[in-house]
Design a protein around this ligand. Structure first.
Ligand code: FAD
Length: 268
């Protein structure tokens, strides 16, 4: 079975600055890591490979430095890695990102299963997986919580719909986005980590894609226009209650009554 896992390099810190004029995230020089949710997708791929055999290819759209997460994926059991990189991909929104990934996946050919994390920790839209499936015209299920069965023809999964669960059977080819905790990600293997540095990473760019109309990629192909990105204001009017726990509880209660969050009748 040919399995593709989509992995994204994201900032490794909360302390990300935004250019006040353009609203673009200032990514240069900051620590990066693999999107944590993608570790679950990779582990799911490994478990499926254990059951039915196959080849796991990780794919990422990003700058050349994103090779680092492909090397990390090698140390976690990926068999092959594909980086899709081109200056023309810069500034991509969900639509353009998904088209780029779908086009990249087509270059691999005859893929049975595509796995994504449920969302990223930077863009955080959770839309890229389903949008890739739409571009490839294949079925998909999001928020997969459990793998119920897998054969060479289809896969049966349990989906978390918030208030209830749904079990679905999907024929291959299909795409799943997986929830955190579907499987516990393993630690990198020391031997695989040592070997990862010498492993080949395939690199492709816009001219390698079957659809290489540059108006559909990157900023040019992104209808989402960011009007403004700003940090939330922090309010400094905090109140400190001092004294023993009884005094603090009394003062807190009086304040809540004063602010009309509770009335005296609420307390029995
Ligand atoms: C309003 C808005 C403004 C934005 N502005 C900027 C900006 O200025 N600069 C900027 O760099 N980004 C910006 N982004 C983010 C950019 O659009 C997203 O990073 C991109 O579309 C991917 O979406 P996501 O991160 O929300 O992925 P999600 O849909 O949350 O990711 C789900 C899964 O899809 C896969 N995936 C997602 N992206 C990739 C990838 N690149 N490669 C491989 N797999 C992937 C992973 O498996 C991931 O777990 C913006 C997004 C929005 C909505």
């Amino acid at each position: 079975m040919k399995i593709v896992v989509c992995i994204k390099q994201v900032p490794g810190t909360q302390d990300v600055k935004v250019d006040p004029n353009t609203g673009v995230l200032l990514r240069s020089g900051i620590e990066t890591k693999m999107n944590p949710y993608d570790l679950y997708a990779l582990e799911t791929a490994r478990k499926i490979k254990e059951r039915v055999g196959g080849l796991i290819t990780v794919i990422t759209m990003g700058p050349p430095a994103a090779k680092a997460i492909i090397e990390e994926a090698y140390s976690l059991g990926a068999d092959a890695g594909l980086l899709i990189t081109d200056r023309k991909f810069a500034g991509a929104d969900v639509l353009a990102t998904s088209l780029t990934l779908a086009s990249g996946i087509k270059t691999i050919g005859d893929v049975d299963l595509i796995l994504c994390g449920k969302q990223t920790t930077d863009g955080d839209t959770a839309q890229v997986g389903p949008a890739i499936a739409e571009y490839l015209n294949i079925p998909h299920v999001s928020w997969v919580l459990e793998l119920l069965d897998v054969s060479e023809k289809d896969i049966i999964v349990k989906q978390d719909l918030g208030s209830h669960y749904a079990n679905s059977s999907l024929p291959f080819p299909c795409l799943l986005t997986v929830e955190k905790d579907i499987f516990e990600p393993q630690l990198p293997s020391y031997l695989l980590k040592q070997a990862a540095k010498d492993r080949k990473i395939e690199v492709i760019s816009l001219h390698d894609l079957d659809n290489n109309d540059e108006t559909q990629y990157g900023l040019a192909g992104s209808p989402t226009q960011v009007e403004k990105i700003f940090e939330p204001e922090t309010k400094a009017d905090a109140i400190e209650f001092i004294g023993n726990s009884k005094d603090q509880a009394q003062a807190l209660y009086s304040k809540l009554v004063q602010l009309k969050f509770v009335s005296k009748e609420d307390i029995v």
